[in-house]
Design a protein around this ligand. Structure first.
Ligand code: C2E
Ligand code: MG
Ligand code: MG
Ligand code: MG
Length: 284
């Protein structure tokens, strides 16, 4: 009963089909209940300014505290949530928690603190996406200027016409737009200067490649150089080592995010670290 997990979700071999189908059904039922029983947790990972070493943003990353299976990560349940339309409820729940937590820190004096949230394609493609998002911010009194939405290149390329209209609307309301996993999708560079994008997030695979020498590093060089030219903010993801950090700083990469500064953590833990500087000193 071998099960291989593809990037796009699950792939099954015939002999394990019945088991996996049962497993999947139980997971789907559990996820439905999880939404009612409030088992989803939002963890926050710091985004650190590479020159001041201060935490300037927090990326909200969803976790599921499953009563039997323990703490589950997005790869364990997001594909299923997207296939079953439970993603709408899940996203609403994540944004509610995140607006509540980060909104409180903003009011407590961290007035420039940015909240970064990942949006799923299903969410963005919904005709009332902009209204729904803005209504939710308003319900929490969360300032749109403190929100950055993260979308992938694939979402943009899927329907450039529709998406550019929505992004323009959001940008005019103050919301910032980041391209996540930049460089890994199917895309055309042509869209970048035609859309109101504020930030490129260099995918962690390119950051990992820095230590393997020039080939990997030169992609990072190219992305950072392009971002500078277009006056975009650049966030490097998956920064784990001093070597990577030093290299990224030397290129003029504005912000870094990764295990070097710490993984995503629950609100109560992150709340205590805010305001301390340098970020490194309190991360471990
Ligand atoms: P992402 O948005 O690209 O998030 C970065 C992922 O890399 C996170 O995994 C994070 O925990 C992990 N990471 C951060 N620093 C490091 C590092 O130094 N080394 C390594 N190896 N990994 C690092 P996570 O939390 O498992 O999330 C995976 C993906 O699931 C996210 O990728 C995002 O696409 C999606 N996701 C997470 N939360 C949400 C959500 O609330 N809504 C939606 N729609 N998608 C979400
Ligand atoms: Mg992200
Ligand atoms: Mg990413
Ligand atoms: Mg990703």
């Amino acid at each position: 009963h071998v099960k291989a997990r593809g990037k796009d979700g699950y792939r099954f071999y015939s002999e394990s089909m019945s088991i996996d189908t049962a497993n999947r059904l139980s997971l789907e039922r559990d996820l439905r209940m999880a939404l009612e029983r409030d088992e989803l947790r939002v963890f926050y990972q710091p985004q650190v300014c590479s020159s001041s070493n201060r935490v300037v943003g927090l990326e909200a990353l969803v976790r599921w505290q499953h009563p039997e299976r323990g703490l589950l990560y997005p790869r364990d349940f997001l594909p299923l949530a997207e296939e079953t339309k439970l993603i709408a409820k899940l996203s609403e729940c994540v944004l509610d928690q995140a607006c509540h937590d980060v909104g409180q820190w903003i009011r407590e004096g961290h007035s420039d603190l940015r909240l970064a949230v990942n949006l799923s394609p299903v969410q963005v493609e919904h005709p009332r996406f902009v209204e729904t998002l803005m209504a939710q911010l308003q319900a929490h009194g969360f300032p749109p200027q403190n929100l950055e939405i993260e979308i992938t290149e694939n979402v943009i390329m899927n329907d450039l016409e529709q998406i550019s209209q929505k992004l323009r609307e959001l940008a005019s309301l103050g919301v910032r737009i980041a391209i996540d996993d930049f460089g890994t999708g199917y895309s055309s560079l042509n869209y970048i200067h035609r859309l109101p994008i504020h930030t490129l997030k260099v995918d962690q695979s390119f950051v990992k490649a820095i230590r393997r020498g020039e080939d990997g590093a030169c992609i990072v060089n190219a992305i950072v150089a392009m971002a500078h030219g277009l006056k975009l903010q650049i966030v490097a993801e998956g920064v784990e080592t001093d070597e990577q950090l030093t290299y990224l700083k030397s290129l003029g990469c504005h912000q870094v995010q990764g295990f070097f500064y710490g993984p995503a953590r629950p609100a109560d833990v992150i709340g205590k670290t805010l305001g301390h500087t340098p970020a490194r000193a309190v991360a471990f």
